[in-house]
Design a binder for this molecule. Structure first.
Ligand SMILES: Cc1ncc(COP(=O)(O)O)c(C=O)c1O
Length: 408
């Protein structure tokens, strides 16, 4: 561990200090925007989880931090009276070494939601569209709307990959192309070559923002090589998913230093929580963590899919720690009927109104999910809360989804 006594030095790393001092008026205004995160989206409808509730609605990792991360976080609490920013430097160094990048190509944040939000704020605008998949992870759409950028939603292909050619065609004025790989909420993959095509053909001045929050769970090929090659790309990773640190808050963004400085203008720089820094570093040092957790998730996911198959239920096969489950009716009453049985499954995307996103929990949790879902599908447990869209409305939404680009 590199230690540096910085008590009397200026308390910001050089690059951050520069951008902190050069915040433009527009950037300062953008700082006030709210960062939208997965738990905010997952828990948009009011419910208090009972203590024994099965929470498979927010793509969290039921395993939590690994043993060495827990020990490191607990051990550092006594030093919580100090900022200790060298712990952040340590994490940046470890990430840079692991990915074969220079230090200045890596920034860490308290979760990847912040750099996602700031990238949209920095590169999209009233003149430059925010282009995303439909269905896709919504967080960046909120930022786009808040800053008055045009939001362009492009349907996934038939195999649920990003339709990169349609994305390019839909927005010659794009500022940001957001590609989530595997995609949230479908858990499906977009090929490296497709993302490369997008990067090579994007309009000048735009960035491709690739979100690899769930990359460790499946076979998606990372585009870190495109970061290394200095392309117009920013890549997000988080410690909230396979590493199980969602509540401790740690994420990272990788990219060319000039791109990173631009997004820093929108968020400034702040000291990171030291518990998260040491837990993240310890997690990276645990070389068994990723393969082991990937295997555990794939095994449970496979068992759930086999059960769904045996019972004739439909879903979208996924490479992540969640999947889209077809309830064969407007999904809201099914979600509520599951909640009645203490099983909290995820939200609905307008493009797929009969589906709910389900997170892979532990084996016993997924058994409870299966029991509850069987009761919902056989009509043994029902619930009907709130307004249910009519079939006419559902048909209209579906046609929009299938029928090409949606401009909002
Ligand atoms: C696709 C995607 N990106 C980014 C995030 C942000 O995660 P965090 O801010 O916890 O790092 C999430 C959280 O669920 C997500 O699903």
């Amino acid at each position: 561990m590199v230690r540096r006594d910085n008590e009397f030095s200026f308390p910001f790393p050089a690059a951050s200090r520069r951008s902190f001092l050069s915040l433009s008026a527009a950037a300062s205004a953008a700082v006030a925007l709210r960062v939208v995160t997965e738990p905010m989206l997952a828990h948009a409808r009011p419910h208090n989880f009972p203590k024994d509730g099965i929470r498979i609605d927010a793509n969290e990792n039921p395993l939590g931090p690994c043993a060495s991360a827990r020990e490191a976080a607990a051990a550092i609490v006594a030093q919580g009276g100090r900022y200790s920013d060298w712990l952040t430097d340590d994490l940046v160094k470890t990430l840079a070494e692991m990915e074969g990048l220079k230090l200045e190509q890596v920034r860490v944040y308290a979760g990847s939601s912040e750099p996602l939000h700031h990238t949209v704020a920095a590169f999209a605008s009233a003149q430059r569209s925010y282009v995303t998949a439909d269905p896709g992870y919504e967080a960046g759409m909120f930022t786009a709307k808040a800053i008055g950028a045009k939001l362009v939603k492009v349907p996934l292909t038939k195999s649920y990959a990003h339709d990169v050619k349609a994305m390019l065609a839909a927005a010659p004025d794009a500022g940001v192309f957001y590609v989530c790989n595997p995609n949230n909420p479908t858990g499906t993959l977009t090929s490296h070559s497709d993302i490369e095509y997008l990067v090579e053909n994007q309009p000048k001045g735009s960035v491709v923002l690739v979100d690899e929050a769930y990359i460790h769970f499946g076979d998606a090929v990372s585009v870190m090589d495109l970061v290394k090659a200095g392309k117009d790309i920013l890549l997000l990773r988080t410690f909230s998913k396979i590493y199980g640190l969602a509540g401790l808050r740690c994420g990272a963004v990788f990219g060319r230093p000039d791109l990173l400085e631009k997004i820093e203008n929108y968020g400034g720089w702040n000291f990171m929580p030291i518990t998260a820094m040491v837990a993240a570093s310890a997690s990276l040092r645990d070389t068994q963590l990723v393969p082991e957790r990937r295997r555990i998730n794939a095994t449970i996911r496979g068992q759930v899919f086999a059960w769904l198959d045996r019972n004739g239920y439909s879903y979208i096969p996924s490479e992540a720690n969640f999947f889209m489950l077809d309830t064969k009716r407007p999904a809201k009453p099914a979600i509520d009927a599951m909640a009645k049985q203490n099983v909290f499954i995820g939200r609905i995307w307008p493009a797929m109104p009969t589906y709910s996103r389900v997170t892979i929990g532990t084996g016993p949790e997924m058994e409870q999910f299966q029991t509850a879902f069987q009761k919902v599908m056989t009509g043994a447990v029902t619930a009907s809360v709130g307004a249910i869209p009519s079939w006419g409305e559902l048909g209209k939404r579906k046609r929009n989804f299938e029928g090409g680009v949606i401009r909002t």
